[in-house]
Design a binder for this molecule. Structure first.
Ligand SMILES: Nc1ncnc2c1ncn2[C@@H]1O[C@H](COP(=O)(O)OP(=O)(O)OP(=O)(O)O)[C@@H](O)[C@H]1O
Ligand SMILES: [Mg+2]
Length: 241
């Protein structure tokens, strides 16, 4: 492990209700410790997972729209409001790694096309000439190396269930030397063995067991009782009308 914890520094701004401290989970962070090679951020939409992940990327010196240390390119809204408030504790400190976010992957792919020689690190083919999922997996296979920290924001957005399993396999191969922090809604990715799952729906954010995540509970219930779940769901809708 490399990144041991993040501490949110309290400045005056933190007393205000402005973003990012308007987010309950972010407001409640004092120090958040990482205890495993693989950490997942889970929580409802808008609970603050991307905000924190992006701030960590910012403090790692990675491009906040996605990329590593050497990727500089312009996209809108690449600024991290929380980054300046964050202190990272490393043991040992490393600088290799990558921040990946599904939303700006397209711009990242365009950027790579402009960098001579860059594509050799990404499977030798423009990411635009591969499907969304193929490009993602290309990146994972070719760009991920050892002794690095990988910050991934919803990598499942592009991946079929089979490719999500492939990602788990890639992570397993790297786990001895690489650290992963992943914001996800995927019950498949969350099933990675011996991972720390941090629940952003709790304040303060706290570890939760895989089987206690809403992702696991709801998905399992849906798969096992699809007809009943749908009947209940649609019946409620009809009641409201
Ligand atoms: N630049 C910004 N300025 C103001 N508010 C923002 C900004 N970015 C995000 N927010 C708000 O902060 C909250 C947390 O957003 P964030 O993207 O961190 O959520 P998330 O947990 O990643 O959600 P999701 O699961 O949908 O990706 C949301 O209510 C969002 O509207
Ligand atoms: Mg998000």
């Amino acid at each position: 492990m490399y990144l041991r914890s993040v501490t949110v520094m309290r400045h005056e701004e933190s007393e205000t209700s402005a973003y990012p401290f308007s987010i309950p989970a972010i407001r409640a962070i004092d120090t958040l410790a990482f205890s495993h090679q693989v950490t997942f951020f889970v929580g409802e939409n808008g609970s603050g997972k991307s905000t924190l992940l992006e701030a960590i990327a910012d403090q790692c010196g990675f491009h906040t729209a996605g990329g590593g240390k050497n990727n500089t390119y312009d996209v809108d809204a690449a600024h991290s409001a929380l980054g300046a408030h964050l202190r990272l504790s490393w043991m040992p400190k490393i600088t290799n790694g990558f921040f990946l976010r599904a939303e700006t992957f397209y711009q990242f792919a365009s950027h790579l096309d402009t960098v001579p020689g860059a594509l050799q690190y990404y499977g030798g083919k423009s990411l635009h000439k591969q499907s969304h999922g193929e490009a993602f997996l290309s990146l994972f296979k070719h760009r991920f190396g050892k002794k690095a920290i990988y910050l991934l924001d919803e990598p499942e957005a592009a991946l079929s269930p089979a490719r999500q399993l492939a990602l788990l396999r890639i992570m397993k191969d790297l786990e001895d030397q690489a650290q992963f922090i992943i914001a996800t809604h995927s019950p498949i990715l969350l099933g990675y063995p011996d991972a720390q799952i941090l629940d952003f729906d709790e304040q303060p954010i706290r570890p939760v067991k895989y089987e206690d995540t809403l992702h696991y509970i709801l998905t399992r219930r849906f798969l096992e009782n699809r007809t009943t779940v749908l009947r209940e769901l649609f019946a409620e809708d009809e009641d409201e009308d």
